[in-house]
Design a protein around this ligand. Structure first.
Ligand code: NAD
Ligand code: MG
Length: 403
């Protein structure tokens, strides 16, 4: 190697993956792309392989892997791999320094865990893997001496505002509270009745951030903040009582840390994921990220308000899952994924999402997440229960003319 840090970008065709490649492209002397991985978008993956010439490209689906292989042809320097085994290979290879974990959903857990167990620098965008398998992932990071750097903008902000301990891990010395900011999403000022009739495109029209569809729906329901609350508990070893959610509609402050002496440190910037991505890639140095400088005069106002848990029950459900502990967080995550997919496919109303999660949390027993198999079976069971709930809701909606 010529001193460049080699990165495997998982979820390279998604919103975070594309932003990651944008930052890497600005620093060809510092970073190289070892592998790219995606689900099924062959054409975009083909274009990325042509541009980056990675050693490996991984497709989750076998048919997509075959198509990509055929498209790249015999002379390509890129070898095509498939599925979980392919992901495991490109996150554990000795040539790899850092892994961008930006697969969406529970599908990201095994590869994130494998990267941590291999002692890599893990740039964690895939919050669902921490929500599901927080205990396992944090233990793997500790045992293997991996470096876990949060890419989710709020957690990246908290990481930047926390004191650094001797071990270069975030410390809680003098911290009294973490203030997790939320934009409030596109439905912040909508009535319950308006939300009943919300369409997928309305839910995905986020006022400040451009993101994949799943996380956009999570932002609209505030489940994104619920998942982030769980993520913060694991990342920073905090009890949930030490985390307060504050709605801040401008998304300029990305989160804050309050200290015992009354100081509050905030990290600010334009809402552009290239800032936390560049921070993670360059850490502990700062890199040019291509992000426009913050213009506070043009911003003019920073507003704050409490979250409305009446209209947005997902936040309460996430707190209940933390309180229940064990696999309850994996169950909450799985039920949410199934409910969001059903909403995006027009099978349930937007307001059906928290109903599906609550129904599932009440029925799936909580276990101690001592192994990946335990977490995965809680995930599977939750998906089955959530699917039953959705079938009932969809029938009811048809009867009342909602679907
Ligand atoms: P996205 O839908 O735009 O992209 C998802 C990527 O994952 C795609 O490349 C897709 O091909 C890939 N993928 C899906 N299933 C896969 C599988 N089984 N195997 C391999 N690849 C698979 O999503 P996104 O908005 O980029 O979000 C990615 C992750 O980052 C999510 O966990 C999200 O919560 C988190 N995140 C995103 C943002 C953001 O601004 N977009 C901010 C914070 C956190
Ligand atoms: Mg976030």
């Amino acid at each position: 190697m010529n001193g460049r840090r080699m990165v495997s970008v998982l979820g390279s065709t998604g919103s975070i993956g594309i932003s990651t490649l944008d930052v890497i492209e600005r620093h060809p002397d510092r970073f190289g792309v070892y592998a790219l991985a995606a689900n099924s978008s062959v054409e975009l993956m083909y274009a990325q392989c042509e541009a980056w010439q990675p050693r490996f490209a991984v497709m989750a689906e076998a048919a997509a892997a075959e198509q990509l292989h055929a498209r790249l042809g015999a002379g390509s320097p890129t070898e095509v791999l498939q599925g979980e085994a392919g992901l495991a290979r490109v996150v554990t290879a000795p040539e790899v320094d850092a892994v961008m974990a930006a697969i969406v959903g529970a599908a990201g857990l095994p590869s994130t865990l494998a990267a941590a167990r291999a002692g890599k620098t893990v740039l964690l965008a895939n919050k669902e893997s921490l929500v599901m398998g927080g205990q396992l992932l944090m233990a793997a990071v500790r045992d293997a001496g991996a470096q876990l750097l949060p890419i989710d903008s709020e957690h990246n902000a908290i990481f930047q505002c926390l004191p650094v301990s001797d071990t270069a891990r975030p410390s809680l010395a003098g911290v009294s509270k973490v203030l997790l900011t939320a934009s409030g999403g596109p439905f912040r000022q909508w009535t319950q009745a308006q939300m009943e009739a919300a369409t997928p495109d309305q839910a995905c029209a986020h006022p400040n951030w451009s993101m994949g569809r799943k996380i956009s729906v999570d932002s609209a329901s505030l489940m994104n903040k619920g998942l982030e609350l769980i993520e913060a508990c694991w990342l920073f070893d905090l009890p949930q009582e030490a985390i307060e959610v504050v709605v801040h509609p401008q998304s300029i402050i990305h989160s804050m840390v309050q200290y015992l002496d009354g100081s509050v440190l905030a990290q600010m910037g334009n809402p552009d994921m290239r800032t936390p991505i560049a921070y993670g890639l360059g850490w502990p140095q700062r890199l040019q990220a291509g992000v426009a400088p913050l213009d506070l005069i043009a911003t003019a106002r920073l507003d704050f308000e409490p979250p409305d848990e009446g209209r947005f029950p997902c936040l309460r459900l996430a707190r209940e899952a933390v309180a229940a502990g064990g696999t309850a967080m994996a169950v909450c995550n799985a039920a949410n994924e199934v409910a969001v997919a059903a909403f995006l496919e027009g099978r349930i109303a937007f307001t059906g999402i928290p109903r599906v999660i609550e129904f599932t949390l009440e029925r799936v027993p909580v276990l101690e997440p001592c192994a990946l198999s335990v977490v995965e079976s809680a995930d599977t069971q939750a998906r089955q229960v959530a699917a039953q709930c959705i079938a009932t809701l969809a029938t009811k909606d048809r009867k009342t003319g909602l679907a």
